[in-house]
Design a protein around this ligand. Structure first.
Ligand code: PRP
Length: 211
């Protein structure tokens, strides 16, 4: 039997994914040692390998077949737009992709004014404004702390993830429009899905039963 390789998203999502996999008897003891500098972890008995990657790299590993299966956020899957199968909503890591800004920006949105939109997700923002709202906007790509942009005058609004809403509240910003709901998803390499259909299908089904 060949190894099935999982690419997990570093951080909270990895912990939740490992707990979900453990729930169906596919855990990885080695991975629980937080001091370890190892990059690849193996479950010899079940012939599984696991590695941790930055979220946006997970779809890349899966598309190229370096991982058979990946788990990352729907935001990343949409932004990366890779040739992979999205097979399961894992139900955790729930949050929303939203257009946010100061209350005053609401009018500019309503009247389809030419606005500046700062975001870590240019593809999602472009799709939302250009294709869904038919509004021409100027998209500015940032890499983090997106809420800063409207505060310091870099943009009118932002397109970003809202989980608890605390970051917005503490910075005098608010949700103006919801783009879509988000959560952790399982993705599969297209060739692996054919070659390892039985094993992968049973993992999906067992995880589904526990949801
Ligand atoms: C994310 C997101 C928001 C925040 C939302 O940032 O970009 O800033 O979390 O969470 P909240 O609604 O619970 O406050 P992250 O912490 O990933 O860091 P980043 O700013 O570097 O993207």
């Amino acid at each position: 039997m060949r190894y099935l390789t999982f690419a997990l998203t570093k951080g909270r999502l990895a912990d939740k994914t490992l707990a979900a996999l453990e729930g169906i008897g596919l855990g990885c003891e080695e991975m629980k040692d937080k001091d370890s500098r190892k990059l690849i972890f193996v479950n010899e008995e079940k012939k599984l390998k696991f590695f941790l990657a930055k979220g946006p790299d997970v779809p890349t590993y899966v598309e190229h077949g370096a991982a058979d299966i990946g788990v990352t956020g729907k935001d990343i899957i949409m932004e990366e737009n890779r040739n992979i199968f999205e097979v399961l909503d894992l139900g955790f890591g729930k949050c929303r992709m939203c257009v946010c800004g100061p209350k005053e920006a609401e009018e500019k949105l309503k009247h389809h004014e030419m606005i500046r939109v700062a975001t870590k997700y240019p593809k999602i923002a472009k799709d939302y404004f250009h294709n869904k709202k038919h509004q021409t906007v100027d998209i500015i790509k940032l890499n983090g702390s997106i809420e800063l942009a409207p505060i310091v005058g870099l943009s009118d609004v932002i397109v970003d993830i809202v989980e608890t809403g605390t970051t917005l509240r503490e910075n005098g910003l608010t949700v103006l429009e919801e783009v879509c709901p988000l959560s952790a998803r399982m993705v599969v390499n297209q060739v692996s899905m054919r070659l390892e259909q039985q094993r992968i299908r049973s993992i999906i089904n067992e995880l589904k039963e526990k949801l």
